[in-house]
Design a binder for this molecule. Structure first.
Ligand code: GLV
Ligand code: MN
Ligand code: MN
Length: 410
């Protein structure tokens, strides 16, 4: 009997996980390094050991569950995503890719299938970067883009480091961060509206657009809200708001694929009867083409300079093209499963971006309702989730190879 995805089992695992850090509005708050993160990890580890996987935790808290193959010398085919969430996140962003990978392993077990290469489920630490910027940092360390020391020293708004939080929740592991990987495949909700609007079930992800993060600092002068005439003020918030209000036009000037977002604004000293003397805000610029992203950055810098402010680089993730072989494998697997599919470029960043620098990598998208993500209302139908897992199963079998002699399992 060929291995088959159990849609109900996948859904119930997703929902059990979503109960950890559940918000009253139907979403999830499982920030990296939090107690909820620990409980989500604990549950995932329980499921991994229950499936007979060898669990390994590395120095960034990345979690791996390994299913042996017949060839001990082959590097693993890795499948997974992340378990941390946005502060008002949904139940599917990240969690879906990890649970789909778990379901693939369970399906292989049910069918008694052995692969040649080992198959490893992975959950990457702090993909979101919501609490500890930047995003995708632990897959970045795994791929050699940052040192573990640097990544662990990144702080949340209270000055707590990621490393200290990983220690506190018991997820700083002994394994070195980074090792050879045969291939990496990540299933994820699209987080945008294209698949659902078209009625297409599977997105064959060909690449990911570029992302740049900045911190912007706008100066002003503190003063009394009542006695300072309007024409004698240097109100930092009014100046910052002027720049922020131009960002939709900045994006539009760079074509339909450009994105510009300010997610955090902080006014100092944050007193209702003091004119803000300083404002800091974050900026997130995205485009699939580096040259256009450069122009967007220049435009942002000009506008901030015009109000006397400064722009500091925080992080960037260049546009990524996934491996043609893995992309074809995803397409073939979708076709073989009889699922409608189309090529798509990811608007969101993913751990797959860093993995793509060290091994053949690809992604599988499934639709999400109204294209909503980073929103507590985020939702993907059970049948979409199962369809993506079916494609992941097919790709995993193709990349890891089905062993002809199961008794040789190593
Ligand atoms: C990751 O969620 C991103 O910001 O794209
Ligand atoms: Mn995600
Ligand atoms: Mn996300």
């Amino acid at each position: 009997m060929p291995p088959t995805i159990d849609a109900d089992r996948l859904w119930s695992s997703l929902m059990e996980l979503a109960a950890i850090g559940a918000t009253t509005r139907g979403g999830v708050c499982r920030l990296a390094g939090s107690d909820e993160d620990r409980r989500g990890r604990d549950l995932f580890v329980t499921w991994c050991t229950g499936a007979g996987l060898e669990v390994r935790v590395d120095g960034m808290g990345n979690l791996f569950g390994r299913r042996a193959g017949t060839d001990r010398d082959r590097p693993p085919v890795m499948i997974g995503s992340h378990l941390d969430s946005q502060p008002t996140g949904g139940r599917f962003d990240g969690a879906y890719g990890v649970m789909a990978a778990l379901e693939v392993v369970r399906a292989l077990d049910d069918a008694g299938v052995t692969t040649v290469a080992p198959v490893e489920i992975v959950s990457w630490t702090n993909e979101e970067g919501a609490r500890f910027p930047p995003a995708m940092v632990s897959s970045g360390v795994f791929a050699g883009a940052f040192t573990a020391e640097w990544a662990r020293a990144q702080t949340d708004p209270d000055g707590v480091t990621l490393g200290d939080e990983l220690d506190r929740i018991g997820y700083t592991g002994p394994a070195p961060v980074g090792r050879p990987v045969g291939a990496y495949v990540e299933a994820h909700i699209e987080q945008g509206p294209i698949l659902e609007a078209e009625g297409t079930t599977i997105g064959v992800v060909t690449g990911v657009q570029g992302v740049r993060w900045y911190d912007v600092d706008v100066p002003g002068r503190e003063g009394h809200a009542g006695s300072t005439p309007m024409d004698r003020r240097r109100d930092a918030l009014v100046a910052a708001a002027g720049v922020i209000a131009t960002l939709p036009e900045l994006a539009a000037a760079h074509g339909p694929d450009a994105r510009a977002t300010v997610g955090v604004v902080t006014a100092h000293p944050a007193s209702r009867n003091t004119i803000p003397g300083r404002v800091t805000f974050t900026a997130d610029l995205r485009h699939p083409d580096t040259a256009v992203l450069e122009k967007m950055e220049s435009a942002l810098r000009e506008r901030v300079a015009a109000v006397g402010g400064t722009v500091t680089d925080v992080w960037q993730s260049p546009p990524v093209d996934f491996d043609a072989g893995v992309v074809h494998a995803v397409r073939r697997s979708a076709a073989a499963a009889g699922l409608s599919h189309r090529d798509i470029v990811s608007g969101a960043g993913h751990d797959a971006c860093y993995l793509a620098t060290v091994c053949p990598t690809g992604m599988i998208f499934v639709p999400c309702r109204d294209g909503l993500s980073h929103n507590e209302a985020e939702f993907a139908e059970s049948e979409w989730c199962a369809a993506g897992a079916r494609v992941l199963l097919g790709v995993t079998l193709e990349l890891a190879g089905e062993a002809s002699a199961p008794e040789d399992v190593g």
